[in-house]
Ligand binder design. Structure first.
Ligand code: ZN
Ligand code: ZN
Ligand code: ZN
Ligand code: ZN
Ligand code: ZN
Ligand code: ZN
Ligand code: ZN
Length: 1721
């Protein structure tokens, strides 16, 4: 209690002291002080606790007022030595601003980096600078900033080209290198120095202060109260929900307060949750700690003395002040930098900046933000200190030389991974992957290392070499700890018990991948460094090996007359590791070495002599054998961890520094060995040696039948071994291995991806390895190998292989998985067949090897390989009984093909190269020597050519034999004569071949066709309805007699005049009226009859604002709202749609009950949600799964007969008004009788002749139809008003008429927008929907209280024919005339049924039409005359009369309204306004009467174009000069006009500032979006959350309907809606879209559809990159541009009211969407 009182009194008590304070005097005192720091501290000690932290709120407003006055002002006075505003202005004038932009990025702001010119990917530009830079025309990448960071514009080191934008272009005359301090007086410099050092030190001390109850020396407050804060700190362990829950318990606050606390903690890093005495705060602390300590470590809470908090608050203010004051002058900035970086007495790393950075992680977020801001505006903006500061922040390569940073980082890194095995290798069993690598330090160390390495040196100094190699040594130490880590041993017998930890090691490998590559690139840039590094790496590898080979005894292998010594080692029995980074680094360096000058000229000088090739290949070979064995199923019992490792080994993220390098190492080793020796070792490691070395290996099929599994395994191993040989000889696309450039490698990679199928840009990017800059190098080569095909409205742009590139295709491309390989093979064969070519896929021509690798080709012609090939071919002589495989044979044939291609290349190249001892044909023609005279390979092939069991390989064998023949010819020719045509075939042979090929092609095509048909059929059987929904639906509609019925459109029944309304209207004959439909559920046919079984259409009713002209109108109160008159702003409507599928009502009821029951069971069991809400009456159409929530009954056309003479308008009006009078008094009497105290003095009015007030007509409908009438009516009422169903409510029929009118208006707009004719272009489902909706409208009164409907009619009519007895009639400006027309026509039957005098409905309809039309004309004239007048224009003679009429009418209106209307003299213009304004109404009315009365439309309305006006008027029995409606009945109309104008609302409406609704109402469209996506990002980045005071919103989301930007998916902007907390989007949806919303999530580049609180889905955004792809999540960063077509598609979905349906389909297709809490977005 006491605390509360002091709270109130404190400021007033201090007031006088504050008023007497003089900043000037204080500053003067300081100027004289001998110990300035002490003086200032005293001042702060005195005042800070008096201003800050006096109450529970940490930041009350008076602090912001007092602090500048009492604390900052004296500092500024001291600094300037005069009035601060004067002094600072002078400083600013003398300032010469720096050339750096330095714009600090806000969260979510777009940043741009140029892929061509940025020194490294961290160099970025702000949007403004980017737009003014040259890079705009380059290939750039766009990302959104995570906040912090600054624009590098103007920094010449950051950009290879174009470092300045237009704005920051330096002025040449300006001497930018001038010392900024030159303009400042010595005294001022000294004073600034003093102030800055005191204040910065104070701030640093306070922000890094960790005592809760004490202050630094000199700051102790004069008085100490018992006032404390309980401060809650942010951590990354606890969830929002946990914090909120705990706070509610601990400090007794509401949920709302707790949310606000938690939000602040999350944003600022800390928040005081309680203020009071120590005891009071301690208590809260202990509750919080207790409550959160159970699950994890407790939340961090401190009880801090208020004076400590006060000084911390001011310290932040002081930093902000420093940041502001240095903006006045670069000189001040320079001084601040000096102060900050000056070493303290403790020596190294003791500057204030160092102190702050070292304590970074200890500080709370709010404090960190403030000091980061200051750094960026000071240190990074100063041209001199930017570099100095960079050392602290680890940038630039001088770090390596001057700070030896590389070594330091790596050593620190290694220290962090402490657990090692006996050999010193990392051991990760004790970490989980998360523990080891979420560990920030390790992550950031790798980041730092990358940063150091990112810009490669162009020039090397000796010092740099030395330091780099020192770092390289450290790096090797790190890799040595990884070489051989996580070894595996094959599990035999039983499965492993526990999956071993493997992810940590792979995560480490993945993180280091780029570093390893960058290390190599550094080495590659200097030959001396490369050779030194190579030596170091080699010795490291030797060192690793010495530990491994223990106990492995030497054995001798011999085969085909060759023998070699090796060690005994079995992958399947001993330890093997997939991690060999040292070997792989050496492999990389070896390839680099091979590209150097030295390697070409003096290979002897290379340190190759020290190499032991068998040692080099040993471990990589083991690793590859491991993969082969896993593939062969030998390691099944080792579980998934091994499978995963093998997967990553080959994966694009790792393979560059794993699989690829192992292959290079094998190539390097093999190139230095006798190929026979190499292959024998390979065979031995594959555990196949015993098979191929045995004397009778060619007879393998006769033995080994016993162990099927072993045979199978050995087959797979043989296949893998052959594949390995293919790769070792054939993979030459690495620079250094083959004579290629890196672009060749990329090109080949792309070709092989596209050989599988055409691919999108992003798919290709994913399949290619990215370098540290996330570049694949694809852009440089893609166009040379692929053609781009643009996307349509859906799908993506695709790259397709250029046909001439198919010849590069290699079936055994090393990066193909087996699945890729077979897909590519199939695709390539298919293309060849389609082109009528032979479908053989021979090996491609390869680039030549580099000299160091040149000897690899000899593997192809070595004895051991030929022995292997011969053996397999021999096995293949017999049909396979499992002892050989097709793949094995295919690989053998491929190897032979490679030999031949190689030989051909050698022959071509032999002219300039005397190295032609490659004679493969000779070798394969030689019969085998041992043991018996076995046939030669060529002989074997010739035999196999005719083997019936080898049909699939025939084309390859034939190709081989042909090529052999060609080579022989060439050899003979080159030996004797100049080469001639290489084709050695006789004419006859070619013809026969062609014939055969053609026949084969045809047979193949027939087979494919058959297969396709079969596949289609089975597919259709399985998913007949689901999958072929549209097809099915279409065919159904074609067959269905109910749809596109001959009845309505058949021209046969037209008589000369097609009129849809009035006594002269077209009538259907009896037979034409019959309508047969089929129930989709029971398949029975049924005639639509008044007294028959009810048939219903599945329908979906929804509220809509699609046509709203006033989104600001607040939603109506559902309980009180009177919907009888629709306002012309159409702000809320009820739309009804249908999929057009027809059912018996009882079939539907049974179906719906079944759905309900199923849902109940499902929810009980699984608590799953569905895409539809059964409790709300939703279901999916049983045929097309379209979301529905009710059914519309189908009704026949009402029977009418041509009646006798009908009264004209005035007669009819007088009869009607008599009827109304009679009805009114009767109703009042009835009310009286019920005891209600009604008005007296109501005269008893006698009803006109034949009008029977007490008559109750018989309901013509069958009971089921009546039931369905009620069902649909109630549903429309319930959804339209958002109320509980109540079939008795008088508003039920109103809602039905309203829905009918609104839906027709929507469709009329849609047809205009899509430029379709009014009739004949609607899809059947809409046609059916409108017709049943209209007919339902005319029948729905029969199931309501007749009195109610009659009353509605009386009120509706009174709007046109004002009646003093009817109250609350709106003025004609406030009525939508089409709604009025529809309601009048549809409610009139309730009056007409009482009449027996022969009045016809047709006459009444026509009279309504005329009256409403006149009213609408008046409405248009009142609202649509613009202020500035158009030029007088001469119209045609026919128009003259109309112009005169309209002018007269307008002037009549002016006489009634006077000043309310402008003077107008142009009749032409007025008539134009009327015609344009009334057209939508006429069109809607035509649709309405068409569906109501069934009259076919005239042909002119089935087409677009001229004549529409006349046709419409004719169809509706209107004069084409509509003004005649007025002038022909002037006596009647004139008084009506007068009464309309005399309604007070008219004048009010015309004079009010609220924009009048003008006609025609324009169609609504979605908001305009900028062409460039970054404009949106920029817009969103400056958007702040409206609720949390200037904070950045995390998920800014744009409403595409109204353009509002919302703070989505965040607690701060949750609001309560119908008793539930919902996110900003859902809340907005209810106001803006009546529950339906279309948003663009700007950060995600994703469209969001929402419907209600539970439904939603994501939709592809209308922004595409240059490759025709969207970038959902903005991950790729390519520039995105608006695709109008796609945006229009979204708009069309919206206008068609199909958003909810779209969500339904998306949710049905993807169940995970159902579980998302959409209402929180
Ligand atoms: Zn900039
Ligand atoms: Zn700039
Ligand atoms: Zn550029
Ligand atoms: Zn049925
Ligand atoms: Zn359907
Ligand atoms: Zn909106
Ligand atoms: Zn917010």
């Amino acid at each position: 209690m006491a605390a509360a009182e002091t709270d109130r009194e404190a400021p007033s008590a201090l007031c006088s002291e504050f008023l007497n304070f003089s900043a000037k005097d204080t500053a003067a005192k300081w100027l004289l002080a001998s110990n300035l720091p002490k003086e200032v501290y005293q001042h702060l000690a005195c005042y800070v606790p008096k201003i800050y932290c006096l109450g529970p709120n940490l930041n009350p407003q008076n602090e912001d007022l007092l602090a500048p006055l009492l604390l900052q002002s004296p500092l500024e006075w001291y600094l300037c030595g005069e009035e601060p505003s004067v002094g600072l202005a002078k400083l600013e004038q003398n300032n010469q601003p720096s050339q750096l932009c330095g714009h600090v990025f806000k969260v979510g702001e777009p940043t741009y980096s140029c892929r061509e010119c940025a020194a490294d990917p961290t160099c970025v530009l702000c949007m403004q600078c980017f737009l003014g830079s040259v890079h705009k025309e380059h290939r750039y990448r766009m990302t959104t900033s995570g906040g912090g960071g600054f624009c590098d514009c103007g920094d010449t080191e950051a950009w290879k080209k174009g470092p300045y934008c237009q704005k920051h272009e330096p002025n040449i005359s300006d001497s930018s290198q001038k010392d900024p301090l030159a303009n400042m007086t010595e005294e001022m410099i000294a004073r600034t120095y003093n102030v800055f050092s005191i204040i910065l030190k104070y701030a640093v001390d306070m922000l890094t202060w960790d005592k809760e109850d004490e202050l630094p020396e000199g700051l102790e407050p004069p008085v100490r109260g018992d006032t404390y804060y309980c401060m809650l700190f942010n951590d990354e362990v606890h969830t929002y929900e946990q914090v909120i829950y705990t706070l509610q318990k601990a400090v007794n606050c509401t949920q709302k307060e707790a949310v606000s606390f938690a939000t602040t903690v999350d944003r600022d890093g800390r928040k005081s949750v309680r203020f009071g005495d120590f005891q009071f705060c301690e208590q809260a602390k202990s509750v919080i700690v207790r409550n959160t300590s159970r699950q994890t470590k407790p939340l961090r809470v401190q009880v801090m003395h208020s004076s400590v908090v006060a000084h911390q608050c001011f310290a932040l203010k002081a930093l902000t002040w420093l940041g502001q004051i240095i903006r006045y002058s670069d000189a001040l900035r320079r001084i601040l930098c000096q102060v900050g970086l000056q070493r303290g007495p403790e020596g190294e790393n003791s500057s204030l900046v160092d102190t702050l950075m070292l304590c970074d992680s200890k500080m709370w977020k709010g404090a960190r933000n403030v000091y980061h801001q200051l750094f960026m505006s000071s240190l990074l903006m100063d041209s001199k200190y930017k570099k100095l500061f960079a050392i602290q922040f680890a940038k630039a390569r001088m770090l390596i030389t001057e700070e030896n940073l590389m070594t330091t980082i790596i050593r620190t890194f290694v220290d962090h991974l402490r657990h090692r095995d006996l050999q010193g290798r990392f051991q990760f069993e004790r970490y989980t992957a998360q523990q080891a690598f979420k560990f920030r330090r390790v992550q950031s160390l790798i980041g730092d290392l990358k940063y150091v390495l990112i810009s490669r040196p162009t020039e090397w100094t000796d010092q740099l070499r030395e330091k780099y190699l020192e770092g390289f040594d450290a790096f090797l130490e790190l890799l040595k700890c990884m070489q051989g880590m996580d070894p595996v041993v094959r599990q035999v017998g039983q499965h492993i018990e526990m999956e071993p930890e493997w992810e940590a090691a792979f995560t480490l490998q993945m993180k280091l991948t780029h570093i390893i590559s960058m290390m190599q690139e550094w080495c590659a840039s200097d030959e001396r460094v490369l050779i030194e590094a190579y030596k170091k790496c080699l010795s490291a590898l030797t060192h690793c090996h010495s530990g491994f080979t223990d106990g492995e005894q030497p054995i001798t292998l011999s085969m085909c007359g060759h023998s070699v010594e090796t060690i005994r080692y079995c992958v399947s029995q001993e330890k093997v590791s997939i991690h060999l980074p040292v070997s792989r680094l050496l492999a990389g360096l070896h390839a680099l070495l091979s590209t150097t000058e030295v390697a070409y000229r003096f290979p002897v000088q290379l340190p190759l002599s020290e190499l032991s090739p068998p040692m080099l290949i040993e471990h990589p070979l083991r690793c590859l054998v491991l993969c082969a064995q896993v593939h062969a199923g030998m390691w099944r019992r080792n579980g998934f961890s091994l499978v995963n490792q093998i997967y990553y080994y080959h994966n694009v993220k790792c393979r560059v520094e794993m699989f690829d390098k192992d292959l290079i190492m094998l190539q390097a080793g093999a190139s230095m060995m006798d190929p026979n020796h190499f292959l024998m070792i390979v065979l031995s490691r594959f555990e196949l040696y015993h098979i191929f070395s045995s004397a009778d290996c060619r007879k393998r099929y006769s033995r080994e039948n016993a162990h099927k599994d072993v045979v199978q395994q050995n087959n797979t191993l043989t296949e893998e071994m052959l594949h390995l040989v293919i790769m070792i000889v054939g993979e030459r696309y690495t620079a250094g291995v083959g004579q290629v450039e890196s672009s060749d490698e990329t090109r080949r990679e792309i070709v092989h991806q596209l050989c599988i199928r055409p691919m999108a840009h992003s798919e290709l990017v994913k399949a290619l390895p990215e370098n540290e800059n996330k570049e694949t190098g694809m852009e440089r080569v893609i166009d040379s190998v692929a053609l781009f095909k643009k996307p349509g409205v859906t799908g993506r742009g695709l790259y397709k292989l250029r046909p001439d590139c198919a010849k590069m295709f290699n079936l055994y491309f090393h990066h193909y998985s087996r699945a890729d390989q077979s897909k590519a093979e199939e695709a390539q064969r298919r293309i060849k067949r389609q082109n009528g070519e032979d479908s053989v896929l021979p090996p491609p021509v390869l680039p030549r090897f580099c000299p160091l690798f040149a000897s690899l080709v000899n593997i192809l012609q070595c004895d051991v390989l030929l022995g292997i090939l011969g053996a397999v071919l021999q096995w293949a002589m017999e049909p396979s009984g499992g002892h050989w495989s097709e793949s094995m044979l295919q690989r053998v044939l491929h190897l032979i093909g490679m030999g031949l291609v190689e030989e051909q290349q050698h022959l071509i190249g032999s002219a300039d190269d005397n190295d032609t001892n490659f004679n493969f044909t000779l070798k394969i023609s030689r019969p085998g020597e041992a043991p018996a005279n076995t046939p030669s390979i060529l002989a074997l092939l010739e035999t196999l050519q005719n083997a019936p069991h080898l049909e699939v390989h025939k084309d390859m064998i034939r190709w081989i034999l042909k090529t052999v023949a060609n080579i022989k010819t060439t050899r003979e020719c080159t030996a004797s004569a100049p080469p001639s045509d290489s084709s050695g075939h006789s004419q006859e042979e070619t013809v026969r071949d062609k014939d055969k090929a053609e026949r084969k092609r045809k047979a193949e095509m027939a087979r494919l066709r058959r297969e396709k048909i079969m596949a289609q059929m089975s597919e259709m059987q399985r998913h007949f309805i689901n999958e072929n929904k549209e097809l099915f639906q279409q065919s159904l509609e074609e067959l269905d007699p109910s749809t596109s019925s001959t009845l309505e459109h058949s021209p046969s029944s037209c008589d000369s005049a097609l009129v849809c309304v009035g006594p002269r209207r077209w009538r259907a004959g009896g037979s034409e009226r019959r309508q047969m439909v089929t129930c989709i559920l029971c398949q029975e046919e049924q005639e639509i009859r008044t007294d028959g079984k009810a048939m219903v259409l599945a329908a979906f009713v929804q509220r809509s604002t699609v046509m709203s002209k006033n989104r600001k109108r607040p939603p109506h109160n559902p309980d009180k709202y009177d919907p009888l008159f629709m306002h012309p702003d159409l702000s809320f409507g009820t739309h009804t749609g249908s999929c057009g599928h027809i059912m018996h009502s009882h079939c539907w009821q049974r179906y719906f009950e079944a759905v309900q029951a199923k849902e109940q069971r499902r929810q009980q069991r699984l608590r799953v949600h569905t895409s539809y809400d059964v409790e709300n009456g939703e279901f999916l159409c049983p045929l097309c799964e379209c979301l529905s929530n009710t059914v519309i009954p189908l009704l026949p056309l009402t029977k009418t007969s041509c009646s006798s003479e009908q009264p004209d308008l005035s007669q009819w009006l007088s009869i009607t008004s008599q009827q109304m009078k009679a009805l009114l008094s009767a109703h009042r009497k009835a009310a009286d009788a019920e005891g209600v105290d009604a008005m007296d003095g109501v005269n008893d009015c006698p009803p006109p002749d034949g009008f029977k007030l007490d008559y109750t007509p018989k309901n013509p409908y069958s009971s089921t139809i009546k039931e369905m009438l009620t069902t649909f009516g109630t549903a429309t009422y319930k959804v339209g008003l958002k109320v509980h169903p109540n079939e008795q409510d008088p508003r039920v029929p109103i809602m039905c008429w309203g829905s009918c009118a609104y839906t027709i208006q929507c469709i009329e707009r849609l047809l205009v927008d899509e430029e379709k004719p009014l009739f004949g272009s609607l899809p059947c489902r809409q046609d059916d929907c409108l017709s049943s909706l209209t007919r339902f409208g005319s029948a729905c009164w029969t199931v309501s209280s007749h009195t109610t409907v009659q009353n509605h009619f009386i009120r509706l009519l009174a709007a046109l024919v004002p009646d003093p007895r009817v109250e609350n009639t709106p003025c004609i400006l406030d009525i939508d005339m089409f709604h009025l027309l529809v309601s009048l026509v549809l409610s009139h039957p309730a009056i007409l049924c009482l009449d027996s005098s022969g009045l016809s409905a047709d006459a009444a309809q026509l009279h309504f039409l005329h009256l409403v039309t006149v009213a609408h004309i008046v409405q248009i004239l009142l609202t649509s005359v613009p202020e500035e007048m158009q030029m007088e224009q001469e119209g045609g003679g026919a128009e003259r009369e109309e112009e005169e009429n309209v002018c007269m009418l307008y002037n009549t209106l002016r006489t009634h309204l006077g000043s309310g209307l402008h003077e107008v003299s142009s009749g032409w213009h007025l008539w134009h306004c009327v015609k344009a304004g009334i057209l939508p109404y006429l069109r809607a009315a035509a649709l309405f009467f068409h569906y109501l009365n069934g009259a076919p439309a005239p042909p002119e309305l089935h087409t677009l174009g001229a004549g529409e006006w006349e046709a419409l008027c004719g169809y509706m029995c209107l004069p084409s000069n509509l003004l005649q409606l007025y002038y022909n009945n002037q006596q009647l109309m004139e008084p009506l006009l007068q009464r309309w104008c005399s309604h007070p609302g008219v004048l009010q409406g015309l004079q009010s500032s609220v924009a009048l609704i003008r006609f025609p109402r324009e169609s609504n469209h979605l908001i305009e979006l900028p062409g460039d996506y970054s404009a949106l990002i920029n817009q969103a980045s400056s958007f702040t959350c409206p609720k949390s005071g200037g904070d950045k919103s995390r998920a800014p989301t744009l409403c595409l309907v109204c353009g509002a930007m919302l703070c989505s998916q965040s607690y701060c902007c949750q609001t309560e809606l119908e008793g539930e907390d919902v996110g900003a989007c859902t809340a907005h949806t209810f106001a803006c879209g009546a529950g339906v919303g279309i948003f663009l999530r700007v950060r995600e580049s994703q469209v969001l559809f929402l419907a209600g609180k539970t439904k939603g889905c994501f939709y592809a955004p209308p922004y595409l990159d240059d490759y025709g792809e969207t970038d959902q999540g903005l991950r790729r960063g390519n520039p995105l541009h608006l695709c109008q077509e796609r945006y229009r598609k979204v708009q069309k979905l919206w206008r068609k009211h199909s958003i909810t349906e779209e969500i339904g389909h998306a949710q049905e297709a993807n169940q995970t969407l159902v579980g998302i809490d959409w209402q929180h977005l």
